[in-house]
Ligand binder design. Structure first.
Ligand SMILES: Cc1ncc(C[n+]2csc(CCOP(=O)(O)OP(=O)(O)O)c2C)c(N)n1
Length: 583
């Protein structure tokens, strides 16, 4: 096949398809999401969104157990959720090849923390490939399936944001059709009760020893000799930065980073005068060098955030101009909920109630920022509900405690929190923001929305029935665009000594295909009170006289601002409305 410009994630999908993968399964999370969104377009592969990464890893494990190849995809924090199956899958090993695609997010472009997946992989005793561009992403995924079957282990392909999202020329191949390996009953391999697990633990060490030998021979690890004055050991996208900034340096480029090829590292270090490690996040490679007693240059490179060609150049004494122009006095432009976002109505109400809001991860986390400032915690997916219960146990009286969680996040890991609240017998209020999609990561379907990967219909969870079945005493559905109705229901529910679930149901504004006519401000009637501005709608701002103005190109006619205006100064713009050319 001819070469094509592919992103790293597109290349992963292609590589998995070429490797004969039968099933792709995962949970969305930037920067990994596009892998499955691309894989689903290929024939011969079944692709599914799972409710969370643990389920995805178990489904993939089951496919492998059933004798076929499986790819499971997630972002770095997803591996924490999937760690339970992963750690024991290392013991059981595989039947069909089992590959985890895990995308790290150095610099936290769209994550709540930074993690170096290599450290977790090492703890799980699982091998790791680290591509540095799209071609390697494709090839390493193919290799990963072979390694998985040859060494009887799940294999991680670790991507980072820049490798996942950058495009580079990639030569694709053809698909190899892989026959299903017939099922064979093997409890010693697959039933990890202590007596059998102890045997597999020892066996895992022998598999790791064989993998360490593989690390020294695979062409995924290579020495590039140039000037011997400096040798740089690097992996992933950091390799590109090294080549760009230090073109004369000798390089040990590691594409297979667990287990590490100690002999190759020692050999490389013996050939150069000075050794430096350039790695994103970590410390991982540098720790290994330390344990091998290899002296390293102190580059001063940070283990926090992303590297770049400029930071690498400066670390070796080079000078480079600032890449970003520093412009003074720019007005701050914090991210905001979209115009017409249904989440806004709920946070407007919670703000009015001065509630203590334990929040969660999704678009709605933006409600923590001004002007809404109506979310007080956000830790990890699903945490809102357990934290609401915990805060109530602590005796929080500074405001009613309310847990707020999105629909996808509720299905991911909120349900067990609710079950716990019901089981504990204590009351509390939980709001599920049902905007019919997983908006934050790009509108993926989820079990609540009833949309499958690829956009087709799927069974939709009935949230009301579920909440009742779990033990909620009161379950009420509100339209979050109805501000007073939402406020009233929330006030009533927090006042009761019972467990309540309020479902705020209205589709994501970006899913509404036919927006209503926009609104505009009647200049004469506007008193500049700012009530509409405090909703934090990007369509509303103030003019030079502090009067509110609405950008009709952005307004989708949700009417929330109309409801907060006490002076009837916001009017619909339509054929019958003449504002004297003011809009
Ligand atoms: C363990 C984990 N997996 C995935 C993500 C990425 N992620 C953050 S929020 C989110 C889902 C948001 O959807 P939803 O709860 O429906 O809220 P919405 O964005 O639609 O408001 C995802 C997939 C993450 N942060 N952590």
């Amino acid at each position: 096949m001819a070469r094509a410009l592919m992103s790293g994630n597109e290349a992963v999908a292609r590589g998995a398809w070429e490797a004969g993968v039968a099933v792709g399964v995962g949970y969305p999370g930037t920067p990994s999401t596009e892998v499955l969104e691309n894989l689903v377009r290929y024939d011969g592969v079944r692709c599914e969104w799972a409710p969370n990464e643990k389920v995805a890893a178990e489904v993939a494990g089951g496919v492998s157990f059933g004798g076929r190849r499986a790819l499971v995809t997630m972002k770095h924090v997803g591996l924490n959720v999937a760690a339970d199956p992963l750690f024991t899958q290392a013991y059981t090993g595989v039947t069909g090849g089992l590959v985890y695609l895990v995308a790290d997010d150095p610099g936290m472009h769209s994550s709540q923390n930074e993690q170096d997946t290599r450290n977790l992989a090492a703890a799980a005793h699982v091998p790791v490939f680290e591509p540095a561009d799209s071609q390697e992403a494709l090839e390493f995924v193919r290799k990963a399936f072979d390694v998985s079957e040859r060494f009887d282990v799940p294999v991680i392909v670790r991507m980072t944001t820049r490798v996942s999202h950058s495009k580079s020329l990639t030569k694709a191949g053809e698909r190899t059709e892989i026959e299903r390996i017939p099922y064979e009953k093997r409890p010693q391999k697959y039933v990890m009760m202590p007596g059998m697990a102890r045997v597999r633990r020892v066996d895992l060490d022998s598999r790791l020893a064989a993998l360490a030998e593989y690390a020294g021979t695979t062409d995924a690890n290579r020495i590039e000799m140039r000037d011997v004055a400096l040798g740089i050991i690097t992996s992933g996208v950091a390799y590109q930065y090294v080549r760009e900034s230090m073109p004369d340096a000798s390089v040990l480029k590691l594409g297979f980073t667990n287990p590490l090829p100690d002999d190759l590292i020692l050999d490389f270090c013996s050939k150069v005068s000075r050794v430096a490690v350039v790695e994103e996040l970590g410390p991982y490679l540098s720790l290994r060098l330390r344990s091998l007693d290899i002296e390293q240059m102190d580059t001063g490179l940070s283990a926090i955030g992303e590297l770049s060609p400029v930071t690498v150049l400066r670390a070796f004494g080079g000078s480079a101009p600032e890449t970003r122009a520093q412009v003074a006095d720019l007005p701050p432009r914090p991210p905001l909920l979209c115009p017409g976002c249904p989440h806004r109505g709920v946070f407007h109400a919670l703000g009015k109630m001065r509630a203590v809001v334990t929040g969660d991860i999704g678009c709605y986390t933006l409600a923590a920022l001004a002007p809404l400032t109506a979310m007080d915690s956000c830790v990890c997916m699903g945490a809102s509900i357990g934290m609401a219960h915990g805060a109530a146990l602590a005796g929080t009286t500074e405001g009613p405690v309310v847990g707020v969680i999105g629909d996808s996040t509720f299905a991911h890991s909120g349900m067990t929190g609710l079950l716990h609240m019901a089981y504990s017998g204590k009351g509390g209020t939980v709001v599920v923001l049902d905007n019919r999609t997983t908006a934050m990561t790009g509108h993926q379907g989820n079990p609540v929305s009833g949309v499958a990967l690829g956009g087709g219909p799927a069974r939709a969870l009935d949230l009301e029935t579920l909440a009742k079945a779990m033990g909620a005493d009161s379950v009420r559905t509100v339209d979050p665009h109805d501000l007073s109705g939402t406020l009233e229901v929330l006030r009533q529910e927090v006042a009761e000594d019972h467990l309540s679930v309020v479902i705020a149901k209205a589709p994501c504004a970006l899913l509404v295909r036919e927006p209503k006519d926009p609104y505009a401000v009647d200049e004469e009637a506007c008193t500049k009170c700012g009530a509409c501005v405090r909703l934090g709608c990007p369509a509303i701002s103030r003019d030079e006289n502090s009067r509110a103005i609405i950008d009709t190109a952005l307004c989708v006619g949700c009417s929330q601002c109309v409801q907060v205006c006490r002076f009837d100064a916001i009017v619909r713009v339509g054929p019958s409305c003449d504002l004297g050319g003011g809009v």
